[in-house]
Design a binder for this molecule. Structure first.
Ligand code: IPE
Ligand code: IPE
Ligand code: MG
Length: 243
């Protein structure tokens, strides 16, 4: 069994947070970076070992070019300024998502941050950039089917195992998926990995999200009973004793 929880967060609401304050959307993204720092630094104390943050979806390319450019600029600054702190906190950073469309300067900063934090073992921080879960699954299917002998049609069983291997081998399934910003949708995030995730939607805008919100989310998670298709624990016990 993997030790530690895997929490995933759809960090939504930056734009509205800024607009409501009469600020440009970019100010919301900037304030969102501070929220990332708060959450990353508080997570290990709550038993979170894997933290996957949705920072830029493959559909976010639809935004105006200047917003996209500014977001990438902010990401570069985050990586450059934060790598030392991440190391201090024992965090290992990994960027997930497509890399072939990212600007070179950002790629360079990603490579540097990933190398510099490679030894971190307290928290595995995954930041999803140009990420699409459907695209990830599609690529994993293509890889899995290529690996099979051409005359052997992949059975659901074999394909399922290969996909699980490709998609969750290291990070494991998501235990708790949080979306800030009030919307109740997944927006193409970790669809496979969240098959049995507990879902938590909060109206809090991402720039306002802090350590106490994460505490509250974990407390809610701990109150939930996960059954994975089984029966409630109390029922299972009474069935046992009735035998
Ligand atoms: C999430 O905040 C950050 C990114 C998608 C990059 P939004 O920018 O989507 O904020 P809202 O949803 O417009 O408020
Ligand atoms: C999802 O937020 C992506 C990220 C938080 C990075 P969006 O704001 O892009 O999602 P939709 O468009 O409301 O579904
Ligand atoms: Mg949004």
């Amino acid at each position: 069994m993997r030790k530690g929880l895997h929490v995933a967060i759809i960090m939504d609401g930056n734009g509205r947070w800024a607009t409501w304050r009469g600020l440009p959307r970019m100010a919301g993204h900037r304030a969102g970076v501070a929220a990332v720092r708060r959450v990353v630094e508080h997570a290990p104390a709550l038993g979170i070992r894997w933290l996957t943050l949705y920072a830029f979806s493959s559909d976010n390319w639809r935004r105006p070019a200047d917003e996209v450019e500014s977001i990438f600029w902010l990401m570069r600054a985050y990586l450059r300024l934060e790598t030392g702190r991440l190391r201090q906190h024992g965090a290992r950073l990994e960027i997930i998502g497509r890399r072939d469309r990212l600007p070179n300067l950002l790629l360079r900063e990603i490579g540097h941050a990933e190398n510099a934090t490679a030894e971190g073992s307290r928290l595995h921080l995954r930041i999803a950039i140009d990420y699409s879960s459907r695209d990830t699954i599609t690529r994993a299917v293509a890889r899995a089917t290529n690996a099979l002998p051409p005359d052997q049609p992949p059975s659901a069983d074999v394909l399922g195992r290969m996909l699980a291997q490709a998609l969750t081998a290291e990070s494991g399934e998501v235990d708790l998926l949080i979306r800030t910003g009030g919307e109740k949708r997944l927006s193409d995030f970790l669809l496979w990995e969240s098959a049995y995730a507990e879902l938590l939607f909060t109206d809090r805008m991402w720039p306002d999200f802090d350590a106490t919100d994460l505490d509250a989310a974990l407390a809610e998670f701990n109150r939930r009973e996960r059954r994975f298709g089984g029966v409630p624990v109390a029922t299972a016990h009474s069935v046992e004793s009735a035998r």
